[in-house]
Design a protein around this ligand. Sequence first.
Ligand code: DX5
Ligand code: ZN
Length: 217
Amino acid sequence: MNCLSPSILAADFKILGEQIRQIDEAGAQYVHIDVMDGIFVPSISFGMPVIKSIRECTERMFDVHLMIEEPIRYINDFVEVGADIITVHAEACKHLDRTIDLIKEKGLLAGVAISPATPVSSIVPVLGKVDMVLIMTVNPGFGGQKLIPYTLDKIRELKKIVDQKGLKVDIEVDGGVTLENVEQVLEAGANVIVAGSAVFNGEADENVRCFLDILNS
Ligand code: DX5
Ligand code: ZN
């Protein structure tokens, strides 16, 4: 199934709860939550208190994308504030396998993310134990960037490996996805679509419906 995961990084934080209810009611299956630490990526976004408070706004899946160094230190905290999926960057983990194990032990879905210049081959050893792979289509750290074209080849490469191995792993894409290029991203093999600016710039509910029309067609 194809799912939409609007990134709240591009939402209007003055009315964050309202914006989350809007995307929920319009049918978005996930809420994409970008946590940035100012070290793994240049920006700092938000952390546990914000996630805890928006947990009351929706029952939708909280798709937490950790752009932080050594995320293993904080897995318990993200579980406690209501994460459903935790995705860690392969580049940010000294012991990726152990980090994934901890997420799974807590009963959550585990994802592994790779930045544009990180090869797909680097996460093949853990493919059998993750629920999702996040292919970054921009360099992590900021919303509103342009999709880097060569990352589409990485989606195709990963999709081929997943199918060859007969695995059930979701392929998520994140960065610069718009109503204009989402079909290309789906054709390459992705099934979980993150969109920040393309959802929250303008009418979020209307934008979600437009994305879902394409995702469901
Ligand atoms: C980038 C974040 C993305 C970002 C997507 O580091 O991981 O989730 O918010 O925003 P857009 O869709 O605007 O590129
Ligand atoms: Zn993200």
